[in-house]
Design a protein around this ligand. Structure first.
Ligand SMILES: NC(=O)c1ccc[n+]([C@@H]2O[C@H](COP(=O)([O-])OP(=O)(O)OC[C@H]3O[C@@H](n4cnc5c(N)ncnc54)[C@H](OP(=O)(O)O)[C@@H]3O)[C@@H](O)[C@H]2O)c1
Length: 305
C-alpha cells in the first residue's frame, strides 16, 4: 500500500516521504480500515509517540496521522461491534502506525459508524478537533449553560469546535486569534473577538472557563482572568499557570464512540460546521503539509477519490 512515513524528527514535515509499505494485519479486537480520508495535526511530529512505542523503543519509519474515515475490510480475532463493509470514522492509537496510508489496523473501540450522508472528508476532519473540544468543555471543564468561555485560537481546528459547542451549550463565548481571523471566529458563533496581537486580553474581564490551545504567556495571562471556581483547560501540555482560586487541567484527547456519534450528529443536523482549510491527495500530501502561505483550518488527505 501507499503510505507517508517519517524517519527524521529534525526534518519536520519537510522530511515526510511517500513510500510502499505492507498492508497491516488486524490484531485482537482490531479492524482493518480502507482509508478514504485522513486528518493530520502538524504538531504530531513533536509528539514522542510518533517516534517510539509504548516502551520507548524507536518505531521509525512510522506512519503519522491519527484521524480517519473509511470502510472496514477485515476483523481481528474477537472483534465485535463493527462489520466488514461498514463506514467508520475515528481516532487511531498514538503509538501505532497511523492514517496517512491506504489501510490502517485500529482497535474497533476507537471507531464509530459514519452515517451514509456524511462525506469521508468531513468524517476525517472531526475526530481530534471534535473530541478534544467536547472532552475539554464538558468532561474536564464541566461547562454549564450561562457560563462564559474564552476560546483561544478560535479560527483553528480545535478552537472552532470549542466555540460552536460552547455556544450550543448556552455559554457566552469570547473567541481569540490573529487579526485576520476576526470574521471567521464570529461566523463560528463567538459573541466577541479578541485580536491577541493588538487588543488587550485583560479587557475581557472574568470568565468561568479558558480553553487554551496556545500556551506560554497567553495561558498565564488567561489564568488570571478565571473567576473563583472556574477552570483553565489546556491541551498544550501541563499548565504552567494556575488560576488563583480555580482548577487547571491538561489532557490528551481519547477516542470515544458515543462522543464521536454526538459530534457527527451535530454536523448532520447543521449545529456544527467542520473547519477544513485544504483537501489534498495522498500523492500531494507532503506538499500540502508544507504550505507556502498561511492556511486556516484542517488539512485533510483524500486517500481515495
Ligand atoms: N492535548 C490534546 O489532546 C490536543 C488535541 C488537539 C490539538 N492539540 C494541540 O493544540 C494546539 C492547537 O491545535 P489545532 O489543531 O487547533 O491548531 P490550529 O488549527 O493551528 O489552531 C490554532 C489557532 O491558534 C492561532 N494561534 C496560535 N498562536 C497564536 C498567537 N500567539 N496569537 C494568536 N493566534 C494564535 C493559530 O493561528 P496561526 O495558524 O496563524 O498560528 C490558529 O488559528 C496544537 O498545539 C495541537 O498540538 C492537543
Amino acid at each position: 500500500m501507499k503510505a507517508i512515513v517519517v524517519t527524521d524528527q529534525a526534518a519536520g514535515t519537510a522530511g515526510m516521504k511517500l513510500v510502499e509499505r505492507p498492508e497491516p494485519q488486524a490484531a485482537i479486537n482490531d479492524v482493518v480500515v480502507e482509508i478514504h480520508a485522513s486528518g493530520f495535526v502538524p504538531t504530531e511530529l513533536a509528539w514522542p509517540s510518533t517516534w517510539t512505542d509504548r516502551r520507548d523503543r524507536d518505531r521509525t519509519p512510522s506512519i503519522p496521522g491519527h484521524e480517519l474515515a473509511g470502510v472496514v475490510t477485515a476483523l481481528g480475532y474477537g472483534t465485535t461491534g463493527l462489520s466488514v463493509g461498514q463506514r467508520v470514522f475515528g481516532l487511531a492509537d498514538w503509538h501505532r502506525d497511523g492514517t496517512l496510508a491506504e489501510y490502517v489496523a485500529i482497535e474497533a473501540r476507537n471507531l464509530a459508524p459514519l452515517p451514509g450522508d456524511v462525506d469521508f472528508t468531513v468524517g476525517a476532519s472531526l475526530p481530534i478537533s471534535g473530541l478534544t473540544a467536547w472532552q475539554g468543555l464538558f468532561q474536564h471543564g464541566r461547562l454549564q449553560a450561562g457560563q462564559s468561555v474564552i476560546a483561544h485560537g478560535a479560527a483553528g481546528a480545535v478552537g472552532s469546535m470549542v466555540t460552536q459547542l460552547a455556544r450550543e451549550a448556552g455559554a457566552y463565548v469570547i473567541g481569540t486569534g490573529r487579526a485576520a481571523d476576526r470574521q471567521a471566529v464570529l461566523d463560528f458563533g463567538a459573541q466577541e473577538f479578541v485580536d491577541l496581537e493588538n487588543d488587550a486580553l485583560e479587557d475581557v474581564g472574568e470568565v468561568d472557563l479558558v480553553f487554551d490551545v496556545i500556551g506560554g504567556d497567553i495561558q498565564k495571562r488567561s489564568a488570571d482572568l478565571i473567576r473563583a471556581g472556574g477552570t483553565l483547560v489546556s491541551i498544550v501540555g501541563p499548565a504552567e499557570a494556575r488560576p488563583t482560586n480555580g482548577l487547571a487541567i491538561d489532557f490528551v484527547v481519547e477516542s470515544d464512540r458515543a462522543q464521536l456519534s454526538e459530534i457527527v450528529q451535530r454536523v448532520r443536523d447543521g449545529r456544527l460546521r467542520t473547519n477544513i482549510g485544504t483537501v489534498s491527495t495522498l500523492d500531494d500530501a507532503v506538499a500540502a503539509f508544507n504550505p507556502t502561505k498561511r492556511i486556516s483550518g484542517k488539512t485533510i488527505i483524500r486517500v481515495r477519490p
